[in-house]
Design a binder for this molecule. Structure first.
Ligand code: TYM
Length: 339
């Protein structure tokens, strides 16, 4: 297949701090495996990041860090377009158009906004509220077919599909009929929601105040061993069946991590460790994590030191992304009757 008739993949990561195992297993690892069969675009979504105040100096560093992590994890700029969202103005332009298509009632249902805003709803930025419209713009600007994400983005993907459908309907008599193809989320069970190492009911997250809750891509081997040995479990022995995991969220999480890294089913891992000590399992999990993450960390540190290489990759990516998105935005404006 030539790159023109390949199906398209789009996804993005916010440059808001240290990337962790959840970002890797839930998203970036899948970006890597899709890039050969799909025309793939992987974005560093800095416009999403500023929906919450960011220190400008740290934001600049974090943008380069996500780019380095993409490259270190195996995204190849020869296969994929890697770029920064704000360097392609069409994202913000389409987001505005989608602000006018999307409904207040739809945004009011977004659970991530409710979680992030909490009790402070009157005082968060309006950007945080319309954030999913920008995300829809990211995806639909490239007419992406597939969007690999973790489970927490599922509702945003549903909103994206609703926006695409409403646009197609609203403008069906003006060339908009079936204009947007309806993107599909790719959410892999098992790795779609990696939980905190300290609380099996909470998602592993960049914003958790304790770094002991997460494995970061930059953690060295000793720190990985320490975090896994301190990871919460329970007083029961290693489980003998999947059913037992229903009431043991921390243990299920560690088994999910093991199974995603090894690319084997949780049942296979349960059988392997049934009757063994927890300490045995944790030792094997640390070894497995180190075998997968150490090469990524070393590569990340190397790439991060070569800022001019990263800037080259990003400016190439931005050039390619602008070329693709200019064409779509022109068609959209023409359909709507703008300019
Ligand atoms: P962000 O930056 O919060 O996370 C990046 C990706 O990592 C996934 N993820 C997880 N997966 C499994 N377990 C976890 N604990 C975990 N934590 C994070 C997220 O689901 C995501 O796939 N809104 C998006 C960024 C975005 C985007 C887009 C994604 C903007 N535009 C267009 C796809 C398409 C976000 O905040 O991801």
């Amino acid at each position: 297949m030539t790159s023109n008739n390949k199906k398209k993949v789009f996804s993005g990561v916010q440059p808001t701090g240290a990337l962790h195992l959840g970002n890797y297993l839930g998203a970036i690892k899948n970006f890597v495996s899709l890039q050969t069969d799909y025309d793939s675009l992987y974005c560093i979504v800095d416009l999403h990041a500023i929906t919450v105040w960011q220190n400008p100096k740290e934001l600049k560093d974090n943008i380069l860090e996500v780019a380095s992590a993409y490259l270190a994890c195996g995204i190849d700029p020869k296969n994929s377009t890697i770029f920064v969202q704000s360097s392609v103005p069409q994202h913000a332009e389409l987001a505005w158009i989608f602000n006018c298509i999307s409904r207040i009632g739809w945004l009011n249902r977004m659970t991530q906004f409710k979680e992030k805003a909490g009790k402070n709803k009157e005082n968060v930025s309006s950007g945080l509220y319309t954030y999913p419209n920008l995300m829809a713009a990211d995806i639909l600007l490239y007419q992406a077919d597939l969007v690999p994400v973790g489970d927490d983005q599922k509702q945003h993907l549903e909103l994206t599909r609703d926006i695409a459908q409403k646009f197609n309907n609203d403008y069906s008599d003006f060339g908009g009929d079936n204009f947007f193809s309806i993107p599909e989320p790719l959410i892999l069970s098992g790795s779609a929601r990696i939980m905190s190492l300290r609380d099996g009911s909470k998602k592993m997250s960049k914003s958790d105040s304790s770094s002991m809750t997460r494995i970061e891509l930059k953690d060295d081997n000793d720190l990985i061993v320490k975090k896994i040995s301190k990871a919460k479990t329970d007083p029961l022995p290693m489980p003998g069946s999947l059913k037992e995991l229903d009431s043991r969220p921390e243990v299920r999480n560690l088994l999910n991590i093991f199974s995603s890294l090894r690319e084997e089913t949780v049942s296979e891992i349960i059988n392997e460790f049934n009757g063994k000590q927890f300490s045995d399992f944790k030792k094997n999990l640390s070894d497995l994590l180190i075998s997968k993450l150490e090469p990524i960390r070393l590569e990340l540190l190397k790439i991060e030191a070569d800022k001019s290489y990263i800037r080259d990759v990003l400016s190439n990516g931005s050039y390619k992304a602008i070329e693709k998105s200019e064409k779509t935005i022109k068609e959209i404006k023409n359909i709507i009757g703008l300019g």
